[in-house]
Design a protein around this ligand. Sequence first.
Ligand code: CDP
Length: 226
Amino acid sequence: MNNSNIPVIAVDGPSASGKGTVAQLVADALGFSYLDSGALYRVVAFAAKQDDIAWSDAEAVATCAKTLDIQFKNDQVYLNGNDISEQIRTEEMGQGASQVAVHAPLRAALVDLQHHFRKAPGLVADGRDMGTVIFPDAELKIFLTASTPTRAERRYKQLIGKSLPANYDDILLDLQERDARDKGRASAPLMMAADAMLLETDHLTITEAVNTILKNYEHKKLNKKS
Ligand code: CDP
């Protein structure tokens, strides 16, 4: 399938940087599809746990991933026909996702699935390696980040908003642990692509972040035409 002419906006960055919300709003504004690649790793962690597969077992986790039927429909995530959207959003599955995501065989097993999201008129892809590994030819690459305390506070408010248990200090530690694992792994580590634009969101509202991305995308398109 040659879909390399379909534009991709890659939004990468660390946990709780707000990239999910921002990327989804950018996709909505442009009428593009949206890929939440982190959800894929969460689904794999969930399925592995169901099948009693240790998150540390690289080969077993990758083999398990190849058997899964993962569907995204109307903002919900389905595994083998069952809606598991809520179950994969727990902190436990966030931890699990971060642990299975270090395995190169698993990352390789998920590449084609991610490429299939590239459909006209365009795609906004959110993750850790969208601009570096999965869509290196993306039209626009954004590295969206914020300081660790800001991100911990955002995650805290998100959990409280959903009436889920939340402890700020635990969240801060968890984020630091996940950042270290994401940046330190050998396979597709979290890093800013050389041609990405850095967007620090400590002092930006969601709307400001979305508008900055949309403006930069328009610039890219205009430059391409001229
Ligand atoms: O919500 P949060 O940003 O914490 O996580 P997420 O985007 O749902 O991703 C869960 C985990 O999957 C992350 O901690 C990463 O370790 C991993 N991940 C990855 O390795 N590569 C991606 N493209 C997306 C997520």
